[in-house]
Design a protein around this ligand. Structure first.
Ligand code: PLP
Length: 308
């Protein structure tokens, strides 16, 4: 594979995904028929929230943590989901059953402010109630991501202060991150490494970011990045296994000089970083020993959390 084609969300090709069933506001319909209005708040304005979750052994990994983030975000922007957590779980279960899916499944659960009466911004124009869509695909992260690691480029776009658009919103509007991703692509890298407003290393456009230095695991303070479920699990695993872990400010100098670096996210779990701004990270090709240890601890945690 050409390096320029790599993305952190590359999955093994699975032809079953051509014929999946998709949940749209309580109906479960074939992929080709799954449509929403051009007046939808999500389409018009990016006014919505979403969660990416994975199904293993018939159970959603870290379901409560995903629901905490979703319900908090929706409350903060006065978006009424119109159902409680059990209702969301039931909708997910119906969609999984309609697809006969139980394991190695990735889901994008999307909730928007619904259909607007006019093509303008005011939330009061969204009178239909929310639009809820659930897309589930058979999904295994591509093996080459682990084998080779990915490349990052530091980009001008930052993830900023919470009084702008709080980086903790998993909002439909990802334009900030999309711009960062474009900048990385134009620099010849797979994903953008974003700094915080003070110039410290922060996050990537689609995942959280960690480095390993002298046996210590470092990540950003968390003030300017997504409160990633996987990020928190890695921090918790380090603490539970006596691996020194720090949420702190650090700069690119320390990132370039790291022995290992990896991304975290629900899709890829822990994805090794091979290069930042063209500089090779550490002596390893692909996964280094700390990343491998955390990958193994995380796999065990997912297995425990999704025990049938
Ligand atoms: C910008 C950004 N950072 C990090 C993450 C990873 O979060 P999680 O570990 O909850 O999947 C996501 C996932 O949606 C994201 O969009």
């Amino acid at each position: 594979m050409d390096d320029s084609e790599i993305s952190t969300h590359d999955a093994e090709e699975d032809i079953r995904n051509r014929d999946i069933m998709i949940y749209v506001n309580g109906e479960i319909v074939p992929r080709a028929e799954a449509k929403i209005s051009v007046y939808d708040s999500g389409f018009m304005l990016g006014d919505g929230m979403w969660e990416g979750m994975r199904l293993y052994q018939g159970k959603w990994a870290f379901f409560d943590e995903h629901m905490d983030r979703l319900f908090d975000s929706c409350k903060a922007v006065s978006l009424n989901i119109g159902m409680d957590r059990q209702g969301v779980l039931d909708a997910l279960t119906q969609t999984a059953e309609a697809n006969g899916m139980t394991h190695d499944v990735h889901c994008r659960l999307m909730i928007t402010r619904g259909v607007k009466s006019k093509p303008f911004q005011h939330p009061n124009l969204s009178k239909s109630g929310p639009t809820i869509v659930i897309i589930m695909e058979h999904s295994k992260p591509a093996a080459h991501l682990q084998a080779k690691g990915i490349s990052l480029a530091t980009v001008p776009q930052v993830r900023g202060l919470p009084m702008s658009q709080d980086a903790k919103y998993n909002s439909h509007s990802k334009l900030n991150c999309v711009i960062a991703c474009l900048q990385a692509e134009q620099a010849g890298a797979d994903e953008g490494l974003m700094l915080d407003p003070h110039g410290f290393v922060n996050t990537t456009n689609a995942c959280n970011f960690f480095i390993v230095r002298k046996g210590e695991v470092w990540t950003s303070t968390g003030d300017y990045c997504m409160n990633g479920v996987t990020r928190q699990k890695v921090i918790d695993l380090c603490k539970a296994n006596n691996i020194p872990v720090f949420q702190k400010n650090y700069s690119l100098v320390e990132a370039y000089g790291a022995e290992e670096a990896f991304l975290t996210g629900t899709f890829g779990a822990q994805t090794p970083v091979a290069r930042i701004d063209g500089k090779k990270i550490g002596p390893h090709d692909g996964t280094g020993p700390m990343t491998a240890r955390l990958q193994s601890l995380y796999r065990e945690l997912v297995a425990q959390n999704t025990q049938p």
